[in-house]
Design a protein around this ligand. Structure first.
Ligand code: GLA
Length: 381
């Protein structure tokens, strides 16, 4: 299968961890529809770790835990498909999943067959407890090959946390997305750490192989399985802006059955989603004066969109307010010198503020952990 834009959806792990069951999955699927999230493109309902029994059956097949999923997985898939959504599941390249359930090592083909019979559409494939004798690239090839021959289109989502230089071999494997880092948690510190690493990794991304910066923590507000300190609304906005602009899949991780107004306004910002889903999928680049720093904490990411517009994000990941002398963008440096007779009309996608650049430079003062995300149209000077 060919996946043209970063997948969007919801995943059970961040909020529910081991506490998953048929009701949670069905209610979350229903909420994707009733909130309008599905209409915006959030279509994958992904059931993460802890869904199976701890032992395979006599034929070596994985068994859904009957206490959590009393009607079996095919019934869950039918429910999700009945609402026009897609069903994602989870397994692992090792002998066990990260939470200690059976992994798919040496069972790749039978598991791919089982997933196809259950009519699964997406497989997140983790990296815990994998044999040291088989390289990661081969482990992911083994499952990719089994999926490609299982008779059903199943999007393959690799989750090896960027380990073993995943970015350098992932495109060989058949995966349509890969995790760039270890696990996110619901804190500013985690968002910052992950984005500093992912900024480098995203250059390896392309259509059909998207850099997965991990599930979103927007709206968790310190609750749930990876709910730590929680974040402010501004921090969640910065998080979402970074993930969207850098072209990551956007998998919601909060409990969508109880989203507040702020959470909805972030996850459902159509203008920001349009940037993430831009069909050209050109790579973002850092155009800030400090772009050459290894982990640049004041990046200005610029991305050419298919319409000819630019997406421009100013991010202040430091704990100090930025001054206009350390957050400035020269139009010259992004391919728009004065000699063209052109300039930019900027529209900020969180506030709606508009401005026209008059002197070839955009300066910003951004609060700590804040951002400004623009869609820029090229106009005559
Ligand atoms: C790993 C993954 C997480 C989650 C857990 C489940 O830590 O990176 O995203 O799937 O396993 O155990």
């Amino acid at each position: 299968m060919v996946v043209h834009t970063p997948p969007l959806g919801w995943n059970s792990w961040n909020t529910f961890g081991e506490e998953i069951n048929e009701t949670v999955i069905k209610e979350s699927a229903d909420m994707l529809i009733s909130t309008g999230l599905a209409a915006l493109g959030y279509r994958y309902v992904v059931l993460d770790d802890c869904w199976s029994l701890k032992e395979r059956d006599a034929n070596g097949r994985l068994v859904a835990d009957p206490a959590k999923f009393p009607h079996g997985m095919k019934a869950v898939a039918d429910y999700i498909h009945g609402r026009g959504l897609k069903f994602g599941m989870y397994s692992c390249a090792g002998m066990h999943t990260c939470a200690g359930y059976p992994g798919s090592f040496d069972h790749e083909w039978i598991d791919a067959q089982t997933l196809a019979e259950w009519e699964v559409d997406f497989l997140k494939y983790d990296y815990c407890f994998h044999p040291q004798t088989v390289p990661g690239a081969v482990l992911y090839k083994r499952m990719a090959l089994a999926l490609a021959n299982c008779g059903r289109d199943i999007l393959f989502s690799a989750c090896s946390w960027g380990a073993d230089a995943t970015k350098t071999w992932i495109k060989e494997t058949g995966a349509s997305m890969w995790r760039t880092t270890g696990d996110i948690n619901d804190s500013w510190r985690s968002i910052k750490e992950l984005s500093l690493v992912a900024g480098d990794a995203t250059r390896y991304g392309s259509i059909n192989c998207f850099p997965d910066m991990d599930m979103l923590v927007v709206g968790m507000n310190g609750r749930g399985n990876v709910g730590f300190a929680g974040c402010s609304t501004e921090e969640y906005r910065t998080h979402f802006s970074l993930w969207a602009l850098l072209g990551s899949p956007l998998m919601i991780g909060c409990d969508i059955r109880s989203m507040d107004h702020e959470t909805r306004s972030i996850l459902m910002n159509r203008d920001v989603l349009d940037i993430n889903q831009d069909p050209a999928y050109h790579q973002a680049f850092d155009a800030s004066p400090s772009a050459l720093k290894e982990h640049n904490e004041m990046p200005i990411y610029v991305r050419l969109l298919s319409s000819g517009d630019l997406a421009i994000g100013f991010f202040n990941l430091t704990d100090e307010p930025s001054s206009r002398w350390n957050m400035y963008l020269l139009l010259d440096g992004i391919g728009l010198p004065e000699s063209t007779g052109k300039t930019l009309h900027l529209r900020e996608l969180w506030t709606g503020d508009e401005k026209i650049v008059t002197n070839g430079i955009v300066t910003e003062q951004i609060p700590p952990h804040g951002c400004r995300l623009y869609r820029a149209q090229i106009i005559d000077r």
